[in-house]
Write a protein that binds this ligand. Structure first.
Ligand SMILES: NC(=O)c1ccc[n+]([C@@H]2O[C@H](COP(=O)([O-])OP(=O)(O)OC[C@H]3O[C@@H](n4cnc5c(N)ncnc54)[C@H](OP(=O)(O)O)[C@@H]3O)[C@@H](O)[C@H]2O)c1
Length: 332
């Protein structure tokens, strides 16, 4: 089978991308609790970018194929997973072996979501991470249901799901982006509160809006000084949740007195930990609910392009230049 192989981690993202090679690999054999999946599509996520730079919390033995999620069809299975053969699935895989940027990959049977017949396989390739992340973050925001959310990286897909879910609950969202063209696109789509983080009046606008809408929750995917700016804009009894570090900079500028005297909390979120605390029936119930939303067309991931493995370098460059345009899917 064909696989996109990373020979070595490289902090320099351009060098890391240019080092990727398409190679022939032996078809892997599933263990007794595992399945072999023929890949339909695998997305590129910020975690993949951090991974190939050696800056993610998962470090694998090299050389290795990157990719943590995908959709596809089960073509072979170990003795405890034979019932999954021919099922259409979404998979999330982080084990120390080739990931999903391959023609076929191995997944543990517990790391699969079996798809309903009419779930679109492109959408299913980006199903296991972002919709669940937004769902879990919204659980935090729902503690203060009548108060607004502030979020950065608002042109991205987690942020888009937050808007979809907050809209269902009539919760206002203050969206922060870094590029004027992304702000314009969101406004054209009907998003009400959009701020551009580098504008001179940004901080003032954020503080005014946050006060007016009584913001109680902030979702931070960026870090750096934005962490402090967002935190300080929140009212009493509020929480800033850090779930990404896109700027690669430490969060700064937090008003420490607010933490002590205004009951303001800073926390972190990790999907894997959240999922590990759920019972299997609870996870399946959430998964069902989310899948139905995709099937009825209420939720979707924006997909900007699909690329063949041989075009991975141009695909990654285009994703990094325009992340807010949507996901790039790798289709073997
Ligand atoms: N903790 C968890 O369990 C978990 C789970 C899922 C996702 N995440 C994290 O959530 C974040 C968003 O993921 P996603 O899939 O929604 O991303 P995405 O759809 O690929 O979009 C990334 C967004 O981030 C913006 N961005 C990138 N670098 C930035 C920077 N330095 N400063 C400000 N904005 C920046 C991009 O804006 P431009 O268009 O301007 O580039 C784009 O809107 C990532 O950090 C990801 O790792 C965490």
């Amino acid at each position: 089978m064909k696989a996109i192989i990373l020979p070595a981690y490289n902090k320099n993202i351009l060098r890391a991308i240019l080092s990727l090679q398409v190679q022939e690999r032996e078809l892997p054999k599933p263990g007794k609790d595992e399945v072999l999946i023929k890949t339909h599509a695998a997305p590129v996520n910020p975690s993949d970018i951090a991974f190939i730079q050696g800056g993610y919390n998962i470090i694998k033995t090299l050389p290795v194929a990157p990719g943590f999620e995908a959709s596809g069809i089960v073509t072979d299975a170990g003795e405890n997973a034979r019932n999954l053969i021919e099922k259409r699935v979404s998979a999330f895989v982080q084990a120390d072996r080739d990931g999903t940027w391959t023609e076929y990959f191995i997944a543990h049977k517990d790391d699969l979501i079996v798809l309903k017949d009419i779930m679109d396989l492109d959408q299913a390739s980006c199903f296991t991470v972002n919709p669940f992340t937004a769902y879990a973050l919204m659980e935090i925001a729902l503690f203060s249901k009548d108060r607004a959310i502030i979020q950065n990286a608002a042109g991205g897909q987690v942020a888009a799901f937050i808007r979809m879910m907050a809209g269902e609950q009539n919760i206002e969202v203050i969206n922060i982006v870094r590029k004027p063209e992304v702000a314009n696109r969101l406004k054209q789509e009907g998003v009400t509160h959009v701020l551009i983080q580098n504008e001179d009046t940004f901080e003032k606008q954020l503080y005014t809006l946050a006060k007016e809408l009584n913001a109680a929750t902030a979702f931070d995917a960026v870090g750096g000084e934005l962490t402090g700016i967002m935190f300080n804009a929140l009212g009493n009894d509020s929480e800033l949740v850090i779930y990404g570090g896109l700027s690669n900079k430490p969060g700064t500028g937090i008003n420490t007195m607010d933490v002590i005297f205004r009951n303001k909390i800073i926390s972190g979120f990790n999907l894997v930990d959240w999922k590990s605390e759920l019972s299997q029936p609870d996870f399946e119930e959430i998964s069902e609910k989310l899948q139905d939303k995709f099937i009825e067309g209420a939720y979707r991931t924006a997909i900007s392009n699909s690329v063949a493995p041989d075009d991975i370098v141009s695909g990654l460059k285009s994703y990094l230049g325009n992340m807010s345009d949507g996901k790039i899917l790798i289709k073997p």
